[in-house]
Design a protein around this ligand. Structure first.
Ligand SMILES: [Zn+2]
Length: 261
């Protein structure tokens, strides 16, 4: 059986059924939480914490931990809300623009249950990060430029995350480009490559693996990478999902615009 503090913490985290302090005292708020939890989960609503209630409360938290792990976290599935589980919920909420309260309620479950978006940490696809054009309605992508100090015009382009190459092609607007579908269903694309990528369709790639060289093919006025990210069929702002890793360099102009892993 969970001890009373563990019950209180689980019941707070799960839809905030418990609203009191985590004090280990089985007072009226705790008993009300038992009742509301029992009603919500279809148990007989007697307000007594017995074996069925205990099993159900462990089950729902194990389920929550499993859902978080499917989004890239690495929690022990023990059915007990501890610091790691709380931090994972908060991190997931932050990355999905939800209220960061550590409570797994309706909005958080809706996001967790979506098959598409996930909270994986995408890596910037170049190692020198200078955003020369941001995302807008007219430009649903990020443009990333080059520096003579860090490899010049032909920066190496890297996969932002593990996935499978689904397109390796040329188009008059995109130039040479490559598209990668990630395990969560998201698709990242890399445009204006200086030549066709040598990765054929179907090739599995890892985060940080080279996929091409920066160029200015197609409708482009100078060397840069046009990078876009599609989630659930919509182009999203990559800056919300990309992270700078410790081996990458950010231009001074962009230091406050980017997120750090
Ligand atoms: Zn662009």
């Amino acid at each position: 059986m969970l001890n009373i503090k563990q019950r209180q913490q689980n019941l707070r985290t799960y839809y905030r059924f418990y609203t009191g302090d985590i004090d280990g005292i089985e007072g009226s708020k705790t008993k009300t939480a038992y009742k509301n939890f029992q009603r919500y989960t279809g148990l007989s609503q007697d307000g007594i914490y017995g074996k069925n209630t205990n099993n159900k409360l462990i089950y729902v938290i194990k389920d929550l931990q499993g859902k978080l792990n499917s989004k890239g976290y690495n929690l022990q599935i023990d059915g007990i809300v501890g610091t790691k589980t709380l931090n994972a919920i908060k991190d997931f909420q932050k990355k999905n623009n939800l209220t960061v309260d550590g409570i797994a309620g309706t909005n958080t479950y809706n996001k967790l249950n979506q098959s598409g978006p996930s909270s994986v940490n995408y890596r910037y696809p170049v190692n020198y990060i200078n955003i020369t054009q941001y995302y807008s309605n007219n430009h649903k992508a990020l443009d990333l430029g080059w520096s003579s100090n860090y490899g010049g015009k032909n920066q190496i382009i890297y996969a932002c995350y593990d996935g499978v190459v689904i397109t390796n092609s040329y188009a008059s607007d995109a130039g040479n480009y490559i598209a990668i579908r990630h395990d969560n269903g998201d698709v990242s694309r890399y445009l204006h490559l200086n030549s066709r990528s040598n990765l054929s369709v179907g090739t599995k790639v890892k985060k940080g693996e080279q996929v091409g060289i920066m160029g200015t093919t197609g409708n482009s006025t100078g060397n840069h990478l046009h990078f876009d990210l599609t989630k659930n069929g919509s182009r999203v702002n990559p800056i919300d999902y990309l992270y700078v890793y410790s081996d990458q360099i950010v231009s001074n102009a962009c230091k406050n615009s980017v997120k750090y892993n």
